[in-house]
Design a protein around this ligand. Structure first.
Ligand code: FMN
Length: 191
């Protein structure tokens, strides 16, 4: 099973780097598999640690795909890392094993510390829709426009029926990104 999380790592200059990753977890271990190239991968290999943030603030997922990565963080407790403010829970991770691969290496981490801040509040369809739309936006170059439109049309129903302010804002960022991508494509086709 894969869980969609926010992984925070530390850049070479000491600043935080925030990115969504789908991770697998079992027996106190976490597997993160970044596609190359990846700033998170560079940071993970250099620093050998990370924070796994569990959050229902879907703006952070949509934000990282639309150039909004500047989210408030605080220092981690046991490792040299960063915890997202407002996370429901976080786990601090130390690198245990690297399974190298030219396309998508697998990094296995040990959980060395975890903290819970707030309970799971239940499923929200608009949050799930934003996650799905974020995945579509991350594949804009790969997917046909008709497929994207058909999926967005369905996902928009959950947004209309169940979104709060954060979900509406995240959805707006993603729709703007798609519009801009298509405008750029149309421009370069005319040139
Ligand atoms: C829900 C979700 C899950 C993702 N999971 C992965 C993943 O497992 N591996 C990956 O390489 N990118 C994943 N991505 C895309 C990365 O978040 C995105 O490419 C990000 O910019 C990471 O690149 P960076 O390390 O250079 O910042 C995911 C994106 C979303 C929205």
């Amino acid at each position: 099973m894969i869980f969609e999380t926010i992984v925070t790592t530390t850049n070479a200059d000491g600043s935080p780097h925030v990115a969504p990753f789908g991770v697998r977890e079992w027996d106190g271990m976490v597997l993160i598999a970044p596609f190359r190239p990846s700033a998170s991968l560079d940071n993970l290999l250099r620093g050998r640690c990370a924070v796994l943030n569990l959050t229902d603030d879907v703006r952070i997922f949509a934000g990282s795909l639309t150039g909004r990565r500047d989210w408030p963080v605080q220092h981690a407790e046991r490792i040299d890392g960063w915890v997202l403010e407002g996370a429901l829970a976080h786990r601090e991770l130390e690198l245990a094993e690297i399974r190298d691969d030219a396309t998508r290496p697998e990094l296995l981490f040990r959980v060395v510390h975890e903290r819970m801040y707030a309970p799971f509040r239940g499923f929200n369809r608009a949050q799930a829709a934003v996650i799905e739309a974020s995945v579509l936006v991350s594949r804009l170059h790969l997917l046909p426009a008709e497929k994207i439109d058909a999926e967005l049309k369905y996902l928009a129903i959950a947004i209309e029926k169940t979104a709060g302010e954060r979900e509406l804002q995240a959805w707006g960022w993603l729709m703007e990104k798609i519009e801009n991508f298509r405008a750029e494509q149309a421009g370069s086709n005319q040139a």
